[in-house]
Design a protein around this ligand. Structure first.
Ligand SMILES: [Zn+2]
Length: 332
């Protein structure tokens, strides 16, 4: 496996020293490799997609690999609990202080899991000292059959922080979606949506107009339209970006030309996360190191990225203060 080993030995230490957040993480996509090996012993080595310059052919190629691995493990609330414990422990070890993670509605739709039980199992795995907010990830056609009732019920789950639109971006955005995103906000839930990973800036604009999400996941192709970038800034919306994921998955995008540079320079609030580490072999620390080494980010800019994560975090000002103070001290 080829990892993003730093040529500057002090850089990983510097990144480690920063309190950090992870605000774009699919829980199923974060399946620890050691758990996958327990149920799929044929995985003697990590998948080829962990190699640094691996490129998926398209989203379908990626999703096939992801589902094959993830749904070998995530077959019960107990399995969610065991994985979440290990995932969160890895965050703590990297000096990550706050995590937003989603679990996929597909587990309910296709495996018959109970969403409330899955949510409770994830929440029960949260260690002391780590702030965690759990989101319900719903794909574009995720309201079919029994799922409409599940979606309605999900808005009554107290431990659910919010909802996130997932899956194939080019699948139609169905008529139920915008009213549901509104209902979620009325129920006190925070709303996100994936946009601008495969579809262009026009799709980001459409999602902004129709769903009015409070955060965009990726938003990478927003950069193609200055008007969309301006609108994101006007609304004060952050983009939860995943550079290594985009490097391996987005046509024409690499760490060297990643739009996070232009978006940061344009004054957009961007954060950094791993997306689906079982497919990419990445950690939060790897993302920062890769931006420094392959995209020319200064240490000051790395601190700004970490700071952005806490600024958007769904925590009280008092909860954020120690981490923001530490980051401000790192800037000095
Ligand atoms: Zn994602």
């Amino acid at each position: 496996m080829v990892k993003n080993i730093s040529t500057n030995p002090s850089l990983p230490d510097f990144v480690q020293s920063l309190p950090k957040t992870e605000t774009h993480l699919h829980l199923e996509g974060a399946l620890p490799f050691e758990l996958l090996q327990r149920v799929r012993p044929e995985f003697k080595q990590p998948p080829a997609s962990w190699a640094h310059n691996f490129k998926f052919r398209d989203f379908g190629h990626f999703e096939k690999e992801l589902l094959d691995m993830a749904f070998s493990w995530f077959t019960s609330p107990e399995r969610y609990h065991e994985a979440a414990k290990l995932i969160f422990a890895k965050h703590v070890a990297q000096n990550v202080k706050y995590v937003e993670t989603s679990f996929a509605s597909g587990g309910i739709e296709f495996l018959g899991l109970n969403g409330r039980e899955v949510l409770a199992a994830i929440r029960a795995a949260v260690p002391a000292g780590l702030g965690v907010r759990v989101f319900f990830g719903i794909h574009h056609n995720g309201a079919g059959g029994k799922m409409q009732a599940v979606l309605d019920e999900a808005l009554t789950w107290n431990e659910l922080a919010g909802v996130d639109l997932h899956g194939f971006e080019d699948a139609p955005v169905e008529a139920w979606t915008a009213p549901y995103w509104q209902a979620a906000r009325r129920a006190g839930k925070y709303t996100k949506a994936h946009a601008g990973e495969f579809m262009g800036a026009d799709f980001v604009r459409r999602i902004l107009d129709e769903l009015e999400p409070q955060r965009i996941e990726h938003g990478t192709r927003s950069v193609e339209d200055a008007g969309v970038v301006a609108e994101i800034k006007r609304r004060g919306i952050a983009l939860d970006m995943c550079p290594i994921s985009n490097h391996k998955l987005m046509p024409g995008i690499s760490l060297g030309n990643h739009p996070i540079r232009r978006l940061l320079d344009a004054g957009v609030k961007v954060t950094v996360s791993t997306d689906d580490p079982i497919c990419f072999g990445n950690t939060v620390t790897d993302e920062y190191v890769a931006l420094a080494e392959r995209a020319g980010f200064s240490r000051k800019e790395l601190v700004q990225l970490a700071r952005n994560g806490f600024e958007v975090a769904l925590m009280s000002a008092a909860q954020k203060k120690p981490w923001l103070d530490q980051l401000d001290a790192a800037l000095r």
